[in-house]
Design a protein around this ligand. Structure first.
Ligand code: P1T
Length: 357
């Protein structure tokens, strides 16, 4: 019932090149294989490759591209993803254009002859905007570009982008897949055999692989994914609704609210609306004061675990995005992001209300 943790870094061979599937720990490991099989099944994918972190997975995927290739990305993405594109990969000749991918005309216009990939997050971090994965994939494919969806916020339980037309899915497994704030990990899923061969080569060549113990923790955590995410989604829906009637709150971002313009797309492609909620207060000082007053929500980066967390994107998770760009994509100084946990929702609402009072 429980996968062993195979710590071996190397495996004895019966003759040179004759072995039972494993040679060297970076190349392959039985615990990692078990994790990859499990995560592939969750995304209903033919292939999964596990990595040491979400960014390790993203970097390895992007190294499949060549200098001069163009990537169009949804402008509202995790700050670390933006930093990887802007500060690292641009130096290797890749070109990036950030767009509002909720507008299909903008998607159409942003694709050039050199566009190889569209990079989507849905729901996005931190504004929970929802991109129509099916519609964007159709446009991208008609122009010869592939679609990668960072499915971290939705989880494979709520949304399966490969079924919606995407070519590749990436995850920060650190979040909902692990679920307990005790392991950093990443994953890539695809149904494309050729892409899998290239990724498998790069996984070994680049070496951003997870430890056997980390694979074991992810296997353990993911057993309760559905239970956790259902509870978190229920809690988030109630909490977002309560926030809409709080007078200190200027705006609530949650795809499940009737007032959300993307609710229809979210309902079409997601089972529930997820455990992340963001909201705006008047300014940075009010946001800081609110965050410091919270008692049940911990003030911390990251998300997706059983414990509720709150953070300030502009100064924390998205601080690596230049202020002007941040403001343009709507991540203001009064924005607070919540990762809603599995606690009693009445306690969570009471905590927010006392902090906002
Ligand atoms: O932290 P890491 O496992 O490397 O994953 C990076 C990453 C990728 N994609 C999304 C959507 C993410 O949210 C993250 C990491 N995000 C946080 C740490 C955060 O607090 O938003």
């Amino acid at each position: 019932m429980v996968q062993p943790i195979h710590m071996a870094t190397t495996f004895a061979q019966q003759g040179v090149g004759r072995h039972k599937g494993f040679e060297y720990g970076r190349t392959g490991n039985p615990t990692r294989n078990a994790l990859e099989e499990c995560l592939a099944a969750l995304e209903a994918a033919r292939h999964c490759l596990a990595f040491a972190s979400g960014l390790g997975a993203e970097t390895t995927l992007m190294l499949l591209l060549n200098p001069g290739d163009h990537v169009v990305y949804m402008e509202d993405v995790y700050g670390g993803t933006f930093r990887l594109f802007d500060k690292v990969l641009k130096r290797y000749g890749l070109e990036f254009t950030g767009i509002d991918a909720t507008d299909l005309d903008v998607v159409e216009r942003s694709i050039t002859d050199r566009t190889r990939m569209l990079w989507l997050e849905s729901p996005t971090n931190p504004l929970l905007r929802v991109v129509d994965i099916d519609a964007v994939s159709e446009i991208a494919h008609s122009r010869g570009a592939m679609v990668c969806v960072d499915n971290t916020f939705a989880t494979p339980y709520l949304q399966q982008p490969l079924h919606l037309g995407a070519d590749v899915v990436v995850h920060s497994a650190t979040k909902y897949i692990g679920g307990h704030s005790d392991v950093v990990g990443g994953a890539i899923m695809t149904n494309n055999d050729d892409l899998e061969r290239q990724l498998r080569f790069h996984q070994n060549a680049v070496g951003a692989v997870p430890s056997p113990f980390d694979c074991w923790l992810l296997l353990r955590g993911v057993k309760t994914l559905a239970l956790r995410v259902e509870r978190q989604s229920d809690n988030a829906m109630e909490l977002a609704t309560a926030l809409t009637s709080n007078k200190t709150v200027k705006r609530v971002y949650y795809p499940g609210l009737d007032s959300n313009p993307q609710r229809g797309v979210a309902a079409k492609q997601m089972r529930m609306f997820g455990g992340m909620v963001s909201f705006e207060v008047a300014d940075e000082a009010t946001a800081f004061r609110t965050l410091e007053r919270l008692k049940i929500f911990a003030l911390a980066e990251s998300l997706g675990a059983v414990e509720s967390l709150a953070e300030h994107p502009a100064r924390m998770t998205h601080a690596s995005i230049p202020a002007a760009e941040r403001q343009r994509s709507g991540v203001g100084d009064g924005l607070i992001r919540l990762s809603v946990g599995v606690e009693d929702v009445a306690d969570l609402i009471a905590d927010l209300e006392q902090a906002l009072s």
